[in-house]
Design a protein around this ligand. Structure first.
Ligand code: DON
Length: 317
């Protein structure tokens, strides 16, 4: 793929996103409501480590639910893909990201590590003897994926911890069902902290490019996770990365992705690149309105959809 094609796709993708309006910043966490709504950033990082960016691509924002992907990766390294599937699941819930109904319907099994219940159960499986060692492992993992030290925003964390009553209830529901694999208070605490780190669209694209490159960070050249763990992680993203809109995303874009209520959107083109965007206003499913437009534009412009045959091989008549 030519450099100029990616550059053009990123430039026109930013303009396409800026041309749409609608949505609303998440306001259930006070910090998120305070982020300027007009910011839009877009970045592509390829598996050879080249970065393309436009707009507010270096603006630091709260990673929120996109963190679920990287804590999943950490836990998969620790317990293996089969145990992740058995304990956390790999299916869409068809319900909102913080649904307790989904848990009740499935005897306390979260179905996916990418919804809150599954992410809290995932946090309960993070190696470490106490909350601080578990948290250090999560932060180290995010940093290795990003290729630079990722840090907690004390302001976002304070805002999240002061309002995370629903997630604490989910922690105890998991615990009572036997699907929280450690202290639920510790699990919810580190889950809340993992959502409160700051990343830019360039960071997110680098994190995704590490998945696209089979687990090797294309900028630092460090192996972050085993290559065998990339396909199940991308499968989880395809199934539940956009919550109740995951099917729509698969239908229209066809790339594994993940959203966060901070306004981040990440999509991975296996073997080639990751595309990431940031724009705070969200739609009803909790996904960035402009971020989805920006990422979808780049994917379409570059002709990247996992379900589209790249080179049709003629069959004998
Ligand atoms: O658990 C929460 O409420 C947040 N800290 C993260 C949620 C989130 O990003 C959901 N996604 N779109």
């Amino acid at each position: 793929m030519k450099r100029s094609e990616i550059e053009a796709a990123v430039t026109t993708g930013l303009a396409a996103a800026q041309a749409v309006s609608g949505g609303k910043n998440a306001d259930y966490i006070p910090f998120l409501a305070s982020v300027p709504s007009d910011l839009v950033g877009l970045a592509v990082v390829t598996t050879d480590g080249t970065t393309f960016k436009a707009g507010d691509a270096d603006y630091p924002f709260a990673i929120e639910s996109i963190s679920k992907v990287f804590t999943l990766a950490l836990v998969m390294e620790a317990i293996g893909a089969a145990a992740v599937r058995e304990k956390l699941g790999a299916d869409p819930t068809g319900l909102p990201f913080n649904s307790v109904v989904a848990l009740e319907l499935h005897q306390g099994k979260p179905l996916s590590p990418l919804v809150n219940a599954g992410a809290i159960a995932t946090a309960s499986l993070v190696p470490g003897t106490d909350a601080e060692s578990g948290w250090a492992a999560i932060l180290h993992t995010q940093s290795r994926f990003a290729g630079r030290p990722i840090t907690l925003s004390a302001e976002v964390n304070a805002s999240e911890q002061a309002t995370n009553f629903h997630n604490r209830a989910i922690g105890w529901l998991l615990y009572s069902a036997g699907t929280c694999y450690g202290d639920p208070v510790r699990a919810v605490d580190i889950y809340t902290r993992q959502c409160s780190t700051l990343v830019s669209a360039v960071d997110l694209a680098t994190m995704g490019a590490t998945l696209a490159a089979g687990g090797i960070n294309p900028r630092t050249r460090e192996r972050v996770i085993a290559a065998d763990h990339v396909p199940p992680i991308l499968a989880e993203m395809m199934m539940e990365g956009f919550y109740t809109a995951s099917g729509d995303w698969a239908y229209t874009v066809g790339l594994p992705g993940k959203s966060g209520v901070g306004g981040g959107i990440l999509a991975v083109v296996p073997g080639e690149m990751a595309i990431a965007a940031f724009a705070p206003p969200l739609d009803a499913a909790g996904n960035s309105v402009r971020g989805q437009v920006a990422v979808a534009h780049v994917a379409h412009a570059l002709g990247r959809n996992l379900f589209a045959p790249r080179a049709a091989t003629a069959l004998p008549a």
